[in-house]
Design a protein around this ligand. Sequence first.
Ligand SMILES: Cc1cc2nc3c(=O)[nH]c(=O)nc-3n(C[C@H](O)[C@H](O)[C@H](O)COP(=O)(O)OP(=O)(O)OC[C@H]3O[C@@H](n4cnc5c(N)ncnc54)[C@H](O)[C@@H]3O)c2cc1C
Length: 389
Amino acid sequence: MTLSNGLPQKEFNDLLGNVREFRDEIVTPNVIDWERTRTFPSDAISSASNLGLLGMEIPPEMGGLGLSFSQKLKVLDTFSEVSMPYAFSLVNSHNVAARLARHGSANQRERYLSDLIRGKKLGSTALTEPSAGSDFSAISAHATPVDGGWNLTGEKAWITNAAASTVIVAYIQTEQGSRAKGIASFLLDGTSEEFERVAPYDLTGSHAIGTGGFRLNNYFAPHSDLLAPPGEGFAAALATINEARTYVATMCCAMVEASLREAVQYAGDRETFGRPIIEHQGLSWQLAKVANQLEAARALTEKAITVIENGDTNSAILPAAHAKKFATELAEPALAACAQAMGANGLREERLIGHRLTAARVANYVDGSTEIMTDRIAKSLSATYSPSS
Ligand SMILES: Cc1cc2nc3c(=O)[nH]c(=O)nc-3n(C[C@H](O)[C@H](O)[C@H](O)COP(=O)(O)OP(=O)(O)OC[C@H]3O[C@@H](n4cnc5c(N)ncnc54)[C@H](O)[C@@H]3O)c2cc1C
């Protein structure tokens, strides 16, 4: 289900111009520093609210910009050219606001929606645990009913924005051993005493994602903080997963396209053996291969976007899996080919290809790993390609 129908083209083009300006002023000059100093740029993420980007897909009557899904992806594309980690953090906070706009109670919206849209609070969505990732139904953080609400205990790990988020949608088991059947979701307050933040992880790159975890130590959640009741949490978590897979695909395309443009320019300027290196077939064919695969990844991503905008969640499962698998598998070798075309200069930090390469690695895990995408496609084989289908 997409939330909004989108802005008129002229208005959206103006917004995109402002996004580029904001990116070039706030993100581009700082990307390398954030990595060097292992900084989670919470202020830079919050300040995207000045353009309304923390509520980009939320309808204007709820305080958002009212972008369509494809318009949201163009914004993420624009940031990902420079920093996919920044774009990923931004969209993850936005997603919490969007979930409240879609499914939150009036009370929950009143307490959190405006602060999330205005960047006063950042959001996270927490499924993963130290011992459960791909197999989400195996989570062990559990909720026990108590007077007036629930007692929550357990640990979440690998959560985007966990370095600073204070509005957290957490998926918790209410009936041990029941897998998907007992999963509920709760809105957590990251400033509560019973919410213990785990220090952000030292990652190879991608510190701007602010990945970390938290422990719930007998955390009391009143009934009003229940978001999806027991039994509905699993489906709620998966309801927007195809959208997430599709925007991860578009982020990979953006990183590859930005690098390809730089590589083509470099290869046109740099000469060896009396001519620009792009005129050496051995080099230009490497970049032609990147261009060819990029076009295919963009086409798969566009297909997923179209299905999602048509509103059929089930029909989006396969296109989103194809798009994410293809784009993430393409990104690392394609980025390496672009770096190779720039010779040793491709290794310079300010070229950002190293930054994009570590981000492309991250893309292989988030919102369903590459193997899980392959598994989705494998499971659809007989329905899609049987002689009678
Ligand atoms: C930077 C970053 C940000 C993240 N942000 C969030 C977030 O905001 N919220 C959140 O909940 N989680 C988040 N995650 C966690 C992410 O969703 C998990 O990493 C992912 O689900 C994989 O789980 P895992 O790492 O535990 O690997 P595992 O599930 O332990 O899998 C290990 C390996 O085995 C493969 N594998 C597993 N099952 C199968 C199978 N059936 N067939 C073949 N291969 C298989 C996997 O693909 C993987 O390669 C984030 C992760 C990263 C790196």
